[in-house]
Design a protein around this ligand. Structure first.
Ligand code: PPS
Length: 303
């Protein structure tokens, strides 16, 4: 139908569903790829802290925890803006929306910065200045299921195709930000030479208070016990799902359609079992064992 009511403004359509663009071999969302050159001039400040993750590994959760720590547990302050405005997303770029680098200019120190970049694309200044990094890793099977649902609802991504084909692409590193396997391994290795606190989503689910205490120690900060308890409570999946400043519902529907799959989808460990077939799981495990061989840390796909 070409009824006038359905007429689309081409400029509004522009951001949607473009093929990924490789930068140094890493497939990226087109608009993110286009900002990579400019991004290399980014200057870190010594008191910046970087939250680094492969997508769908607990970034938003860690962002809310970190902002609560920085705001001393003051809920009204954490409600001052959506999470993507409070914790700028370094490489973010999309027509009609302020890019990460712009948001960063308006963010006072001490800044908390989000990135999903692999090390090969990270602005050198963050490494040179020995910026503290909090890395969150999540087991690959829950990541790929979460990612598949996110591709469907977040329309800066290309169409994910079938689950079967998306799973193959993930295993081949042919998804946005490239290989999960490479990402979790290289940031783990970075610990040898750089201040990195490497945390696991599964540990955060198991005992959030214990993990928050690790963060405080890493940052050289302290908070009263009851504030830590408040942070645990406020950053639970249930609380964040109903918090418009944390759940991404303030993003226009054309960019993220929560009716397809909510950003705050399930927030559990082991949900992959509802999507993987037994055959897919075995195939995935065999490939995983090969590619992760010699790796001196392990993931839990269930607890
Ligand atoms: S993104 O887009 O890459 O920044 O996404 P990210 O925030 O890394 O990951 C989204 C998944 O994290 C879940 N989530 C949480 N789990 C537990 N507790 C809390 N508070 C929480 N907040 C977000 C979210 O539901 C996504 O996982 P799935 O498995 O899809 O539910």
């Amino acid at each position: 139908s070409t009824s006038s009511g359905m007429a689309q403004n081409p400029s509004n359509m522009e951001p949607l569903r473009k093929p990924l663009v490789p930068v140094k071999g890493i497939p990226l969302i087109k608009y993110f790829a286009e900002t990579m050159e400019q991004l290399q001039n980014f200057t870190a400040w010594p008191d910046d802290v970087l939250i680094s993750t492969y997508p769908k590994s607990g970034t938003t959760w860690m962002s809310e925890i970190m902002d609560m720590i920085y705001q001393g547990g003051k809920l009204d302050k954490c409600g001052r803006a959506p999470v993507y405005a409070r914790i700028p997303f370094l490489e973010f770029s999309c027509p009609g929306v302020p890019p990460g680098l712009e948001t960063l200019k308006e963010t006072p120190a001490p800044r908390i910065i989000k990135t999903h970049l692999p090390l090969s694309l990270l602005p050198q200044s963050l490494l040179d200045q020995k910026i503290k990094v909090i890395y969150v890793a999540r087991n690959a099977k829950d990541v790929v299921v979460s990612y598949y649902n996110f591709y469907k609802m977040a329309k800066l991504h290309p169409d994910p195709g079938t689950w079967e084909s998306f799973l193959e692409n993930f295993m081949d590193g042919k998804v946005s930000y490239g290989s999960w396997y490479q990402h979790v391994k290289e940031w783990w290795e970075l610990r040898r030479t750089h201040p990195v606190l490497y945390l696991f989503y599964e540990d955060m689910k198991e005992n959030p208070k214990r993990e928050i205490k690790k963060i405080l120690e890493f940052l050289g900060r302290s908070l009263p016990e009851e504030t830590v308890d408040l942070i645990v409570h406020h950053t639970s999946f249930k609380k964040m799902k109903e918090n418009p400043m944390a759940n991404y519902t303030t993003i226009p529907t054309e960019v993220m359609d929560h009716t397809i799959s909510p950003f705050m989808r399930k927030g559990t460990i082991g949900d992959w079992k509802n999507t993987f077939t037994v055959a897919q799981s075995e195939h995935f495990d065999a490939h995983y064992a090969k590619i992760m061989t010699g790796c001196d840390f392990t993931f839990r796909c269930q607890i």
